[in-house]
Design a protein around this ligand. Structure first.
Ligand code: ARG
Length: 275
């Protein structure tokens, strides 16, 4: 009995002593083991509204592809980070960034002073301008002609902004759609007289849908030049620096020009690839 009790007591003391030494030792051992197995690299989540060919859209397999995808993939490679694209509706895209559901946005986003208040932008990677799409028989020759007409836009885009400015906030003639292709479908159906959207997307749509018989109307006097940027959450300077490094590298080594040519079939104009 005495022996049992005594050995139990000794065992207890030994355990207590070991416990004191083991406690700090254990995490140290754990920390060194996974370090050699390399912690998995962070994969940054990229939001894009993939209904904007040829910039970001889904192919027959449902994969997100396009100019923006090729571009940011190359940027990440050069910048030394990993990304994955997640289709994100335009209407919620800026909130998703603000809430941290997305780390990056590439979605043909025009850099504007207003947006700069709530997010940070990379150096510009593409020049754009608004363009008017109308039916071939339309008499519209300039933006001002749209003042009293029914105009389709994608909600919350720079196209929406210019048309709202032209017609006034309360205008009942502005038809807002959740995507630009939906606005163009409505033009085809005759529900609107014109659509105002980014030139690249309008040109692509008209070229790829010859049966719809649209024409485009440019108006450089009315539309200010726009530039696309990659957006990060306000204050995320580290990620922004990685993106800018990649953008600069791909412009310098010809990758940008190659992706541009793959998408648009031509060399980028000097102005399309701002240095
Ligand atoms: N550039 C325009 C803007 O920033 C339209 C962008 C729309 N992008 C898209 N993927 N739907 O407002």
């Amino acid at each position: 009995r005495f022996l049992k009790a005594s050995s139990a007591l000794v065992a207890g003391l030994v355990l207590a002593a070991c416990g004191k030494q083991d406690a700090p030792a254990a995490p140290a051992a754990e920390a060194s083991a996974p370090a050699s197995a390399a912690a998995p690299a962070k994969v940054y989540v990229v939001g894009t509204d993939a209904a904007y060919a040829p910039f970001e859209y889904q192919n027959e397999k449902g994969e997100i592809v396009g100019f923006s995808v090729d571009l940011l993939t190359a940027v990440a490679e050069k910048g030394g980070f990993q990304i994955k694209f997640v289709n994100t509706p335009w209407e919620g895209i800026f909130n998703a960034l603000g809430q941290g559901d997305r780390d990056l946005l590439i979605s043909s986003i025009t850099i504007t002073d207003e947006r700069k208040q709530t997010m940070d932008f990379s150096d510009p990677y593409f020049d754009a301008v608004q363009l008017i799409a109308v039916k071939e028989a339309s008499k519209v020759t300039k933006f001002d002609d749209l003042k009293k007409l029914k105009v389709g836009v994608q909600t919350g885009t720079t196209g929406d902004e210019v048309v709202t400015k032209l017609q006034g906030k309360t205008s009942a003639n502005i038809k807002r759609f959740e995507s630009t292709p939906l606005a163009l479908k409505e033009l085809e159906a005759g529900g609107v007289d014109a659509v105002v959207a980014d030139n690249g997307v309008v040109i692509h749509y008209v070229a790829n849908n010859p049966a719809v018989k649209f024409k485009t109307v440019a108006d450089t006097k009315s539309f200010a030049p726009e530039q696309y940027g990659v957006a990060v959450k306000k204050g995320n300077a580290e990620l922004l620096a990685m993106v800018n490094k990649g953008v600069a590298a791909m412009k310098a080594d010809g990758t940008y020009a190659a992706i541009y040519k793959k998408t648009f079939g031509t060399e980028p104009a000097a102005a399309a690839a701002p240095a």
